[in-house]
Design a protein around this ligand. Structure first.
Ligand SMILES: Nc1ncnc2c1ncn2[C@@H]1O[C@H](COP(=O)(O)OP(=O)(O)O)[C@@H](O)[C@H]1O
Ligand SMILES: [Mg+2]
Length: 374
């Protein structure tokens, strides 16, 4: 993971955490509101009962108050019959009942008001809980989005960055290849040609001096030089793109190629089975490059005693195995400037094929290549 991706990952993680916290908070609010709702509901039930009782009591007091007032009016109209004490008593009683009635009415009003208040509050809490639940649903969606889609996006970005880096590496590798080629041309054929020029002048001069034997001798040297140069040029051309591949096809080219490797490794064995049809050029080029890279790896890195190349071409697929008995390697350890295996993977992917590498430390390496032909 690059620094950029790590940064992006931290940002996303922070967002996820923040959103999670908000969700918890909203959940907390909803829970608290639900508790308050329950409490208020209980209070409301009790209040409603109280209201009913108070109304009954108040009705009763009203009735008693009426009776008391009637009694008062009777006794006070007939003040000749009733003693002053009786009248006062009736008056006091009427007054007392009336006061109680007023107080009760007041209480009833208060209770009603409180009841209406609680009913309103309950409605608003209900709305609040509903909104909190809606919000939690939305937050969950955001969380999923952050967790899945955003993670997928980081992966995409990572992928794109890798591809980009790989593209740059390929360009660098191409540049490196050109540098190598120009050095080879400079050190090999170019120098030999310069040498040949000087020597042929020498031949001319010796010949003009009449020393035919010396001239003939030098001419032989020149011819040997020309031959080596020719070989060298052919080898370089061959490395660039074996012409045999276009002219003769895959199997003869591999045979020739292995023959040219004799100096580098003298125990390479090639086995093949094939209908002798030619394959479409893209398959021949790809397979040759894949096998070439695998053999080069075995020569360069494996320190192998023996290298085996097996090829089977059928009507609908090509299978190749390049096997060595060398030191093996750990594929999980990626090397920085190594594009051979990466390039092989890309080539095979383009042809919908499969690449399997079996390698263990000190147990040799097997590279399996399977490419379907359509
Ligand atoms: N046949 C093999 N035996 C041992 N090591 C190998 C073999 N093939 C590949 N490797 C290891 O894997 C690395 C990567 O190989 P490759 O991608 O072809 O890059 P390069 O050949 O340029 O180093 C090599 O540097 C080497 O350490
Ligand atoms: Mg390599």
């Amino acid at each position: 993971m690059s620094l950029k991706e790590q940064h992006l990952d931290t940002i996303i993680q922070e967002m996820v955490d923040t959103v999670k916290n908000s969700k918890d908070e909203v959940f907390h609010i909803a829970e608290e509101s639900r508790k308050e709702y329950e409490n208020l509901k209980n209070e409301l039930e009790i209040l409603k009962e109280k209201v009913i009782i108070t109304i009954e009591e108040s009705d009763e007091l009203e009735r008693q108050s009426k009776l008391a007032r009637n009694r008062l009016s009777v006794v006070s109209k007939n003040f000749k019959i009733y003693s002053e004490d009786v009248i006062r008593e009736a008056y006091d009683h009427a007054h007392k009942v009336q006061s109680e009635y007023v107080v009760k009415q007041d209480k009833e009003r208060q209770l009603r008001e409180r009841r209406d208040e609680i009913e309103l509050r309950l409605k608003s809490i209900e709305a609040l809980v509903e909104r909190a639940e809606g919000l939690m649903g939305k937050i969950s969606i955001v969380l999923n989005y952050l967790n899945d889609d955003f993670k997928a996006m980081t992966n995409l970005i990572q992928d794109a960055q890798e591809k980009q880096a790989f593209g740059l590496q390929i360009i660098e590798a191409q540049e490196e290849e050109r540098r190598r080629l120009s050095r080879e041309m400079h050190d090999g054929p170019a120098q030999m040609l310069a040498n040949i020029l000087i020597r042929s002048e020498f031949v001319q001069r010796t010949y003009q001096k009449g020393d035919t034997d010396a001239a003939m001798n030098e001419l032989r040297n020149v011819r040997a030089l020309v031959r080596t140069s020719l070989q060298e040029v052919r080898r370089i051309i061959y490395d660039l793109r074996p012409m045999a591949l276009d002219d003769l096809g895959l199997i003869p080219t591999i045979k020739k190629y292995i023959a040219t490797l004799e100096e580098q490794h003298d125990n390479i064995h090639f086995n093949y089975r094939s209908q002798d049809d030619r394959l479409p050029s893209k398959y021949e080029v790809a397979l040759f490059r894949l096998i070439q890279e695998s053999i080069q790896n075995a020569i360069k890195h494996a320190n192998a005693k023996r290298i085996d190349v097996k090829l089977e071409v059928t009507r609908d697929s090509v299978n190749a195995l390049i096997k060595d008995d060398g030191i093996g390697f750990d594929r999980t350890q990626k090397k920085d400037k190594s594009f051979g295996l990466i390039g092989m993977g890309e080539r095979i992917e383009m042809l919908d094929g499969e690449l399997t590498i079996d390698s263990e430390k000190n147990k040799g390496t097997k590279v399996w290549i399977k490419i379907p032909i359509n």
